[in-house]
Design a protein around this ligand. Sequence first.
Ligand code: PNW
Length: 442
Amino acid sequence: MDLTRSDFPPGFLFGTATSAYQIEGHAAGGAGPCHWDSFAATPGNVAGAADGRIACDHYHRFDEDLDLVAAGGFDLYRFSTSWARVMPDGETVNEDGLDFYDRLVDAILARDLRPALTLYHWELPSALADRGGWANRETAERFAGFAALMGSRLGDRVWSWATINEPWCVSWLSHFDGHHAPGLRDIRATARAMHHVSLAHGLGLAALRAHGAGNLGVVLNFEPARPESDRAEDIAAADRHDATYNRFFVQAMTRGSYPETALDGLERHLPDRWQADMATIAAPLDWLGVNYYTIRRITAAAGPWPAWRTAPPRGQVTDMGWEIAPEALTAVLTWLAREYTGTLPLLITENGMAAPDALRGGAVRDDDRTAYICAHLNAVREAIAGGVPLSGYVVWSLLDNYEWAFGYFKRFGLVHVGFESLQRTPKASYHALASMLKGHAP
Ligand code: PNW
């Protein structure tokens, strides 16, 4: 890593991220069942039918994990709070769950780290999932209750709040592609989930503000579409992808409208009087989180709207099969600031790569990951040089963890986790970043 802190503006923050279900161990501490437990239990949904019951056992080992964040020289720690842990049925409070996040936030602050909290990173309580989940408006209304509870309990200490992690994954990936819980392939449920998760964000934002929380945002994921050819059909298909993936939520949350190209296919499936919610959804933000991993190549396909298909990646890919395209990160950030966010601070809330398990003799040589991070940090520097107001960069992830539909087979961590021993081993990428952050030669 031939970068130093001085290559970034003063006060630029570096962090590392995790999420609750992926690391905590959902079986501990009185959490209620969530839709990932049941999704994982259905054969064919998750590699090895693995679930998050134990995961990294962070619930019992968070001090050790936070020591690693601090020793790495990071400034902030991004984590999430499990709705099903705090409210096992979506409404009733589990005091042990609240107490856990109380202790966690205090432990983050005790290490001079900024707590960057995401309320919802996908643990929908099963009681709500059973009543229709995100396709049901009730879920958005209940989410406001969860946000109010967390805001009043932790608003005095949390540095930044995000309502929802990746509304596109919550809705499209889960209800149209069927890859995540609840595993539907239904355009009507998709449209409704897209709207209700946007509404949950707006209602959650208002509830947080009303209960004393500040520095409020949301975390959106972006995957720029590249048309496979310059044929008009491929260009139009890529634009449909772009409208549903990259423009839908940011346009709703900053301008209070959905892109026309998306409405072409979705409007007739949206809930009645959806327009009346748009002002709530577009409540002012204090910052926007950007998750970026890859681009997607798109070609037109036969069949009903949206009539596209994903074409194979080109060049270098990660262990997820995701094409490595750092230049697209500069482009996304520049486009966002120009089209939607202006002077609103942007924070890269996730970026990183999966690489195969390579623990040898107590060490992990993950030079590909270091190179990936370095290339993306250089892309970030370019965006900053072009005037994009960027406040920081957060690596996904601190730990190898439960990678959703891929179970424990994909490893994104700066720190290796042995899923039998639960032993933590910092990888070479962790040491490279630590040297950069602490300002000495690697
Ligand atoms: C993000 N896609 O998920 C999540 O925020 C993390 O929890 C996750 O571990 C990380 O990225 C790595 O996957 C995504 O299929 C999952 O486009 C899938 C997609 C995008 C983001």
